[in-house]
Design a protein around this ligand. Sequence first.
Ligand code: PML
Ligand code: MG
Length: 243
Amino acid sequence: MRAAKGGAHEQGGKHISGGEQISTFEGITHAVNFLLEKGLTHSKGSPDFMQIQFECIHDSVRLLKPLDVQSHQIESVEKGQALARQLLRQAGVPKSSIETLDQLLPSYSRQGGAVLFDIHSDRPIDERGIRVSRMDWQPDNYEQWAAYHGVPRNLRMKEALVLATKVTSHPAAVAELCWSDDPDYITGYVASKRLGYQRINKLKKFGDEQGCRIFFVNGREDIESYIHYLKKQPIFIRWEEAE
Ligand code: PML
Ligand code: MG
């Protein structure tokens, strides 16, 4: 599902909401209703464009363990942003890529998809915005994970962790940087396979509608296959308690 206001995303409409689910045939009505409701009741406003698409998945579903989660409580947005940059450096993103980012961020915020950014050329690869799709986490397994880790149930975090786990598990991925475009949600994260999901409680100011979702990639890898993986490879997150 993707919803926008002022027309479709590709016609310059403002992104309102998006969502993905993997369902059985019997569960489609429930899944579509859930996504419809999600798009219609968003704090960013009422959409005047929504697209809900469902398609049969023929490929086998790959299972991935959720990234480990670590949370940082920071007292200011400036410190949160500084920590995010430090974590990106630790994940292998060069300083030059991080410096280029600041100039590019304002133009990224409207499209409701992610931008791929090549750490070798310091340039975005596809500026149209990629929608990562075909991923989910079965509710009962998610509940077990949340109870085990003492994490309050948070649909937004669940969806972000599903996406970050999918995105960072491919060999072309270096790291992801994300914060919401919702004005009332200021927590974001840096994720990488090695660092896990590093949550930062302040990455922007309340009221700010500028979000960010950037996938830093190694442009020397096969990026076409990475994009195909992001859009088409079905993924279930599955957690198992360590023995
Ligand atoms: C979004 O809502 O667009 C992204 C939210 C990212 C942070 C989720 C969390 O860990 O709380
Ligand atoms: Mg949003």
